[in-house]
Design a protein around this ligand. Structure first.
Ligand code: GTP
Ligand code: SPV
Ligand code: MN
Length: 592
């Protein structure tokens, strides 16, 4: 199969440690994957859905204590503490290795160990990277086979080369013994006692962000929590943007945007390159080029419907694995809150308990059937608006970089930074209300620089410095913006309609990139003149609404600036002086 010494040693050592009954290599063939699906159904890991309505689709329920990424049990391990980020958990490499090795001892006894060779990025592209995940979970195998390119072709591409070592076991699914440990200095990931998404599909957050961000720092490129979207104008020109929003803040939705009617009529089209992760390099032309290293979407189910995101919903109509949604027993299909207004009458909720859409709690509020972080794992090829550049080995050139988060008040609908370093500052001060994508309280505002707080594989100050360094290498810098779709009125309703109508804001962003439109200067950057956001065909939105959405309140921002300074202090001494310089400039403008 392979003569790669490092790989064979990794497997032998893991066999000795975990003691599996047998070892199965994932070859990537449909025949083998089908066998595994059948086995998973037999073992009640998967439920086969209605194969006429949802061909190739399955449902999975996790254990109740294992429904999201566990940031408090996720560690970046390094030899020196300062080389990890003060806002993430750290363990010393040797100590963590010992702890993990103890936990993994004999853990696969009576089980099969699967060897998954996978490629992040098109197989064989010079920018792609290879990982090997060893796991005892069929669920992981079948999800990895959607999310990444797997199998023999990857081993061929690997040859004698290097790879990221990944070891996973669901073990006993014990919360107390759940650990997701990253060793960027050793190119290694170890994950135990979970069987959920970002904790266990090691190619995704663990490799493509945490390990890759560290590789990017040392090799001169960037791994970012960003969607990549192509916007085609009526002349047929396509401009690409990358956008970083925290988990469950709208990346998948923006990545698959459908233009509003008036834009469609003019001939605008949008193309999805990626919905979660971007690997970004400086091209020979001095521009930034981005690829999506993934091969599938691991998207939030609740709220996805034919109106909010038809492309995402259509992507899930075949060969998809659903996790923690409602099972409709009448026709073996799936349902979630916000899919439609007809919840099933005879169903099981995400825990597998009898449920129907009429059930209310003691306060008369509907009882939810799907978990708020329930997800679909769907192949990118299913996406009706998938870009024809999706597999392009060099990726797509970026015209703009967009940051954003969920802010009920502070942040305007959109603003533009004044230059690259100011843009890095704008990314570094991102803050957002927490969501169900990670365990812990929901709705609390926290700083989440570049949407990478949970995903930076090294010191956050060094990460900022890397952004500043990258700017120096880019002759043709993309403009940097910040957006906020989530401003609310006094009753707590979203003011901006969002979703497809976000193209109206992207339209302004691209016009700014091409110097086609003026903007208003504020202490935090440039905001649109209300007349320059196209609101044609929008009900209930007037120029006054845009005026309101783009106001920058000085007093609120003075408080914000205090919060930023406090956060920078928390991040420690490696926060670059350039960013303190930007903060000083902001304070000066706010005091004027
Ligand atoms: P991860 O997969 O966790 O990284 O999430 P994501 O950033 O891809 O978020 P996603 O697009 O799945 O959206 C998460 C939630 O935000 C869903 O409930 C959406 O309905 C909601 N959402 C997305 N875009 C908008 C928007 O423009 N306006 C409003 N109000 N809600 C939105
Ligand atoms: C996120 O939380 O940002 C996700 C889902 O994309 S997970 O793969 O669980 O990280
Ligand atoms: Mn994500």
């Amino acid at each position: 199969m392979t003569t790669n010494k490092k790989l064979l040693t990794f497997i032998e050592e893991t066999k000795a440690l975990c003691n599996p009954d047998k070892v199965v290599w994932i070859d990537g063939s449909e025949a083998q994957l089908n066998e595994l699906r059948e086995q998973a159904v037999k073992e009640k890991i998967l439920i086969k859905l209605n194969q006429e309505k949802l061909p190739g689709c399955y449902l999975h329920r996790t254990t109740v204590n294992d429904v999201a990424r566990v940031e408090d049990r996720t560690f970046i391990c390094s030899k020196v503490k300062e080389d990890s980020s003060p806002v993430n958990n750290w363990m010393e490499t040797g100590e963590a290795m010992k702890m993990m090795n103890d936990l993994f001892k004999g853990v696969m006894k009576g089980r099969t160990m699967y060897v998954i060779p996978y490629s992040m990025g098109a197989v064989g592209s010079k920018f792609s990277k290879i990982g090997i995940e060893l796991t005892d979970s069929i669920y992981v195998v079948l999800n990895m086979a959607i999310m990444t390119r797997v199998g023999n072709k990857v081993l061929d591409a690997l040859g004698d080369g290097d790879f990221v070592k990944g070891l996973h076991s669901y073990a006993e699914l014990s919360e107390e013994k759940r650990y997701i440990c990253h060793f960027p200095e050793e190119n290694t990931i170890m994950s135990i006692n979970s069987n959920y998404g970002g904790n266990v599909l090691l190619g995704k957050k663990c490799f493509a962000l945490r390990i890759a961000s560290y590789l990017g720092k040392t090799e001169g490129w960037m791994a970012e929590h960003m969607l990549i979207l192509g916007i085609e104008n009526p002349k047929g020109e396509i401009k690409y943007v990358a956008a970083a929003f925290p988990s469950a803040c709208g990346k998948t939705n923006l990545a698959m945007l459908i233009p509003p009617e008036i834009y469609k009529k003019k001939g605008y089209k949008c193309w999805c390159v990626g919905d979660d992760i971007a690997w970004i390099r400086v091209g020979e032309d001095g521009r930034l080029w981005a690829v999506n290293p993934e091969n599938g979407f691991f998207g939030v189910a609740p709220g996805t419907n034919m109106k909010s995101n038809p492309n995402a919903l259509l992507s899930t109509r075949k060969n998809t694995i659903f996790t923690n949604v409602v099972e409709n027993l009448d026709d073996e299909t799936v349902w979630w809150e916000g899919l439609d207004k007809n919840p099933p009458k005879n169903a099981l909720d995400w825990k597998g308990n009898p449920w129907n859409g009429d059930m209310k709690d003691e306060n008369g509020k509907p009882i939810k059937g799907a978990h708020p972080n329930s997800r679909f794992t769907a192949p990118t090829v299913n996406c009706p608006c998938l870009s024809d550049q999706f597999e392009a080995p060099d990726g797509v050139p970026l015209s703009a970089i967009i940051f954003g988060g969920r802010r009920a008040k502070t942040a305007p609908l959109v603003y533009q930074s004044t230059d690259w370093n100011n843009g890095v500052f704008v990314g570094s001060i991102m803050a957002s209300e927490t969501t169900a994508a990670a365990t812990g309280a929901v709705g609390v505002v926290r700083r989440d620089p570049m949407a990478m707080r949970p995903f930076v594989g090294y010191n956050m100050g060094d990460y900022f410095a890397h952004w500043i360094e990258m700017g120096k290498k880019v002759k043709n810098q993309p403009k940097i913006f910040n957006v906020n779709w989530f401003r609310t009125d006094d009753e707590g309703n979203f003011i901006w309609p969002g979703f497809g109508d976000n193209l109206r804001v992207l339209d302004w962003i691209l016009a700014r990139c091409e110097d086609k439109v003026d903007a208003k200067e504020t202490p935090i950057g440039y905001v649109p003149y209300a007349k320059d956001i196209n609101i044609e065909g929008l009900e209930g939105v007037t120029e006054a609404t845009i005026e309101d959405l783009t106001t920058v309140d000085k007093e609120t921002w003075k408080k914000e600036a205090e919060g930023i300074e406090k956060f920078y202090k928390e991040l420690g001494e490696r926060v670059p002086k350039e960013l303190y310089g930007e903060l000083a400039k902001l304070n000066a403008k706010l005091d004027k």
